[in-house]
Design a binder for this molecule. Structure first.
Ligand SMILES: Nc1ncnc2c1ncn2[C@@H]1O[C@H](COP(=O)(O)OP(=O)(O)O)[C@@H](O)[C@H]1O
Ligand SMILES: [Mg+2]
Length: 242
């Protein structure tokens, strides 16, 4: 089972859009996939039209039987573990060794799924730390600006601090606007670095519209360059799996 965390300490960089579209690409390409919505705001669950069940709470989740909370999406091979508002306190429930707890919760799913994708909340809290430790690969969207490159450097430092393997961190440029000089310059300067995937995700209204269509972009607009880019990104992620 391959566990992929879509993570950044920053909000609004395209994590949820990425988790939603990568999980779709993974399932579409035949992998039994579970998207785990770990952000209490529940945006990934919303995009897949999965209601957040009242009964689901962190206590039950931490007891290890998360299987009962999993819901089917409208697409073959793709299930979703919805977020719950109580996840906002998951941090308090987990301690520094929480990654072992999370790892064992998720490893109960190893016979059902080949791919788990975590849509992480934006911060550097214990929940993020534990998800990073649990993941085999951490995929980080970077908007091509100098500040975001700084955030990448800070994340490398964060990885070192919590003892996570630096090797599992990968980045890609997200929401790229070719008409912005800062974007094209940053992409040119950093794209060849090993930590970066080659695929760029363009800034496109098709992705923004997912809030209205509530479908992965490959479903609402299969010909969209964004749909093609997310599929390519998925292939790179899969190829570089641990
Ligand atoms: N490639 C993209 N092109 C255009 N808009 C995007 C793109 N990726 C994300 N967005 C939009 O930007 C906002 C933040 O994206 P989101 O995926 O929710 O970020 P995060 O999960 O990091 O907070 C959302 O309104 C989303 O629709
Ligand atoms: Mg999000």
């Amino acid at each position: 089972m391959n566990r992929i965390a879509v993570y950044s300490s920053k909000g609004g960089v395209g994590k949820t859009a990425t988790a939603v579209n990568l999980s779709y690409a993974s399932a579409y390409r035949g992998k039994r996939t579970l998207l785990c919505d770990m952000d209490p705001q529940g945006a990934a669950s919303y995009y897949y039209r999965i209601p957040i069940e009242g009964k689901f709470n962190k206590k039950r989740f931490l007891k290890g039987k998360c299987e009962q909370f999993i819901q089917k999406t409208a697409y073959p091979n793709l299930d979703l573990l919805p977020a719950h508002f109580s996840f906002r306190n998951l941090d308090i429930a987990l301690d520094e060794k929480g990654n072992k707890e999370l790892s064992s919760i998720f490893s109960t799913l190893k016979d059902q799924y080949e791919v788990l994708i975590f849509d992480c909340p934006p911060n550097m809290t214990l929940l993020s730390e534990n998800l990073i430790m649990t993941a085999d690969q951490v995929v980080m969207p970077i908007i091509p600006t100098t500040l975001s490159i700084r955030a990448l450097a800070q994340s490398v430092h964060f990885f070192e601090k919590i003892g996570a393997k630096r090797k599992k961190l990968r980045a890609f440029f997200s929401m790229v606007e070719r008409r912005k000089t800062m974007h094209t310059d940053t992409v040119r300067n950093y794209r060849k670095k090993k930590v970066f995937f080659k695929t760029l995700i363009p800034y496109l209204a098709d992705v923004e519209k997912m809030g209205i269509t509530r479908e992965p972009v490959a479903v609402s607009r299969p010909v969209s360059p964004a749909a093609i880019a997310y599929d390519r990104l998925w292939m790179e992620v899969w190829k570089r799996r641990a």
